[in-house]
Design a protein around this ligand. Sequence first.
Ligand code: CA
Length: 228
Amino acid sequence: MRALVVEDETALRESLKAQLAGTGFTVDVAQDGQEGLFAGLEYPLDVAVIDLGLPKVSGLEVIRKLRAAGKTYPILILTARDNWQDKVEGLQAGADDYVSKPFHFEELLARLQALLRRAGGWASPQLKCGPVTLDTRAQTVAVDGALVELTTFEYRILEHLMLRAGEVISKAELTERLYDQDFERDSNVIEVLVGRLRRKLDPHDRLKPIETLRGRGYRFSLARQATV
Ligand code: CA
């Protein structure tokens, strides 16, 4: 999952970047509204965290412009505690949820994960497709109840495919969401990782959970199941 953090307080911005990266996000950062707007328009994001009080362009203005430009990814705003007007204005501008400062990282993470799940049409943190279960909180994967050991990159690919199970995801999109801008990108790596995922999830080649659509990308094709 690729996240943008727009926050002018350096310490908070850097700590959010490090903590989100530590939980498997690819993170872009911006330190004012102008940079944030550029990143929000140009990068293939899954979610954005935007502080409302920003230099150059306000957080509200950034959100309005992103929504006006047709960007639909979930946006979480950071607001001052007890300032209900900020929260209302932020939500009216197009934000999906908010966290008041100061906050615990775990709360922000839980809200981000909930936004991402809902954007993918999932109600519960456990994504279940056929016999494959992916737990977005524990970051574990099981097939028929037996845990499957995955590397960080393998997990990220599977989470992305399962959050949008049934949709075709291009190789370019997967590559962009796995690596931030400084990282060398190579779509052959995606092919290798998907091949390994298939062998780990489906060693006897009977489930065929991940389809390859020639020239278009991949699709997680096992039927979604409602979870409790
Ligand atoms: Ca600020």
